[in-house]
Design a protein around this ligand. Sequence first.
Ligand code: SAH
Length: 343
Amino acid sequence: MKDLINRLIEKEELSLQEWEKLIETDFPLEDLFLKANRVREKIYGKDVYIRGLIEISSYCKNDCYYCGIRCGNKKAQRYRLTKEQILECCEIGNQLGFRTFVLQGGEDPFFTKERVTDIIVEIKNRYPENALTLSLGEHDYETYGEWFDAGADRYLLRHETADRNHYESLHPSQMSFENRIQCLRNLKEIGYQVGCGFMVESPGQTSETLAEDMQLITKLKPEMVGIGPFIPHQDTPLRMEKAGSLEKTLKMLALIRLAHPHVLLPATTALGTIHPQGRELGLKAGANVVMPNLSPKDVRKKYSLYDNKICTGEEAAECIRCLKLRVENAGYKIVEDRGDYKQ
Ligand code: SAH
């Protein structure tokens, strides 16, 4: 494995088979984590960027088999934030030092092109120095273009899996793998900083599909990659499946950092959910971003993508205080910065 890891560090591209071998072989990971951390520190130092996550709607027209807010889940509690509530979250976030806001939600038809544009314009008007990220699912080229022109800087759209058959096993037939990938290409072309990503150990995932994920990332060259363990949600068809492991998630984080030294890589809430020190360990394995929740406290529990999600009971100020300590204890520091991609 040493040889393959060194080739990654030398910026060589690995074949599908080589990726598969690296992913499926069990070997002690300490050295891999140290190397990934070294690469991250060379580019981003000890800095950790924060993104204020505002979960604008738990309505969704899609029916992804893994997701707690899928339209087929009749037990899901639905809410959507008003423009005023979203702006209120931004104001609180800005005062707490956030320089990036992320608007995320289910694919809620209420949030039309026009409504979202109006919100983007107002946020950029009030906080021209801050970056704005959208994570609102699949839309047409024109819509993405209009949101970009209105001032959105970045877009997160996890590809979920780069393997078509695997994709189809996780989504109903109304959803299309091609469209997901096309959306990512469109976002790139329009000029967004783009994030793709996947769940680790989602049902049906194999070393081969993960190898395909790694190759897709190499091809797409996203500025951000969001990965976290799959965690079952009790009211979804995948409720009986096992959650992804800490080890595998950390290993994938480290491999992504080594293969893409400059990438913005969050230690996700899902990682913090499967292990009390998950996010800290993620930072030590190469991650350099955390995404605390800025949603109003009374809706947090309703944005339930998976079971036992952490940080659903605190105010934003408490969350950031707790996270600052955690990040410092891990040997890093949260900075007040937009945290753009460094070329
Ligand atoms: N509707 C938006 C936002 C989706 S929620 C979109 O389509 O992009 C953000 C991410 O949460 C998803 O992309 C998915 O990878 C992750 N997610 C959903 N359900 C999950 C689960 N059960 N376990 C872990 N992650 C999950």
